[in-house]
Design a protein around this ligand. Structure first.
Ligand SMILES: NC(=O)c1ccc[n+]([C@@H]2O[C@H](COP(=O)([O-])OP(=O)(O)OC[C@H]3O[C@@H](n4cnc5c(N)ncnc54)[C@H](O)[C@@H]3O)[C@@H](O)[C@H]2O)c1
Length: 363
């Protein structure tokens, strides 16, 4: 008998609520389909709406409960109209990343058949890469917790770009292990270190550690790209890349660019993984421009739920959860191939609920 797993569920704000509910419904169906016990969800209130009502960004004890679960699932947090006194937005999820050491931000970028291709080159149909974004330090080090920015009155503000040996070693190993797993599934097995080592000492250090870890994985091909050239190459020849490992801010920007190449933010799934915890969420935000209209594409959240089931499979050593993840991925792949999935985000006729219904049917 398999133990019941528990997932901390933070729906958050705006479309985060809708897509989180969609993802959980799909995950539940897939888990039932493979005959595993229902996952237990511990819902935690957090976000801009919660802050507006209570003055807190997460309910008391919320972080502890999140840490006790087998995984954390998040919709999206933040509303531009709700801010702290220093002008920054409500972002308890950045603190959660920090507290639980979720250094490995995994952002798969894959072209699905019939989903919009933004590039005219037919090779764009073969885009299948992963952006691995360090998620606890880099230029977000200052953003992860209040009080880390060096604010000098109203004349100067300094944010710190922090690169540590400890996190960089773990991140690069994660990149090589990911490329190894992908190679086993027929992908090229290549890691590109994306940096700005020509200019910043911190980035030269990042690359130096990449070079130190590289010999541990002789089967994996390696390359380097400066981040500005990488932005160019993501438009010029994204099909040439497999795993791209980079600093936090670079990953923040390039993952949106890459998400755009295969449709839009509604396809951008995300896992944030540390040595003991994993958080799964769509890479997009709360999309205030379309919230409450049943227009959001829930597929990024749904594919993030598949990443979560894959993670739970490894964590609990229960292969069935990986089977459930594969059921979701296949339902999305086939749904696009047969033109049964037509999200409004791509000019289609299907709102959030219709997309969920179709994916459920596919499973
Ligand atoms: N991880 C997070 O929770 C997270 C991430 C990014 C932004 N945010 C927050 O979200 C709020 C809005 O930020 P933003 O507008 O910069 O980014 P956003 O990702 O919410 O929206 C950007 C654009 O993409 C569209 N979009 C996003 N997700 C979509 C989906 N699933 N289906 C269809 N269209 C989608 C939106 O309509 C909008 O036009 C802000 O408060 C921001 O701080 C939160």
């Amino acid at each position: 008998m398999t133990n019941r797993l528990s997932v901390a569920l933070i729906k958050g704000d705006g479309i985060g609520i809708d897509v989180a509910e969609a993802a959980i419904a799909v995950a539940n169906r897939a888990v039932a389909q493979v005959g595993l016990p229902e996952i237990h969800y511990d819902q935690i209130l957090a976000g801009a709406g919660y802050f507006k009502d209570t003055g807190r960004d997460i309910e008391p004890g919320g972080e502890k409960r999140a840490g006790a679960a087998d995984a954390i699932f998040l919709g999206a947090i933040g509303l531009p109209s709700v801010r702290h006194d220093d002008g920054t937005e409500i972002s308890p999820h950045l603190r959660i990343r920090d507290i639980f050491g979720l250094y490995a931000g995994v952002r798969p970028v894959k072209a699905y058949p019939n989903a919009p291709q933004r590039l005219a080159d037919p090779r764009a149909a073969g885009i299948d890469l992963v952006i691995l974004r360090e998620s606890t330090e880099g230029l977000f080090y200052s953003a992860a917790a209040h009080g880390r920015s060096d604010i000098r009155g109203d004349t100067e503000v300094r944010d710190t770009l922090r690169i540590t040996r400890d996190i960089s070693e773990r991140l690069h190993r994660f990149a090589f292990r990911l490329a190894t797993r992908r190679k086993e599934r027929g992908k090229p097995g290549a890691v590109t270190c994306v940096d700005k080592a020509n200019v910043f000492a911190s980035m030269a250090f990042f690359r130096k550690i990449f070079d130190e870890i590289r010999p541990e994985f002789p089967d994996i091909t390696t390359g380097y790209n400066y981040v500005d050239a990488q932005a160019l190459d993501l438009v010029r020849k994204p099909w040439d890349f497999d795993v791209l490992v980079m600093e936090n801010m670079f990953g923040d920007i390039l993952s949106d660019l890459a998400g755009g190449l295969v449709g839009g933010m509604g396809m951008a799934a995300c896992a944030e993984i540390g040595d003991h915890h994993g958080l799964f969420q769509p890479a997009h935000g709360s999309a205030p421009d379309i919230m409450g209209q049943n227009r959001a594409n829930p597929l990024a959240a749904i594919l993030s739920a598949a990443l979560m089931l894959d993670y739970l499979s490894e964590r609990a050593s229960v292969p069935g959860y990986a089977d459930a993840a594969a059921l979701i991925e296949t339902a999305v792949e086939n749904g696009f191939a047969d033109n049964r999935l037509r999200p409004m985000e791509f000019g289609g006729d299907m709102g959030t609920k219709a997309v969920v219904k179709e994916v459920l049917a596919g499973i």
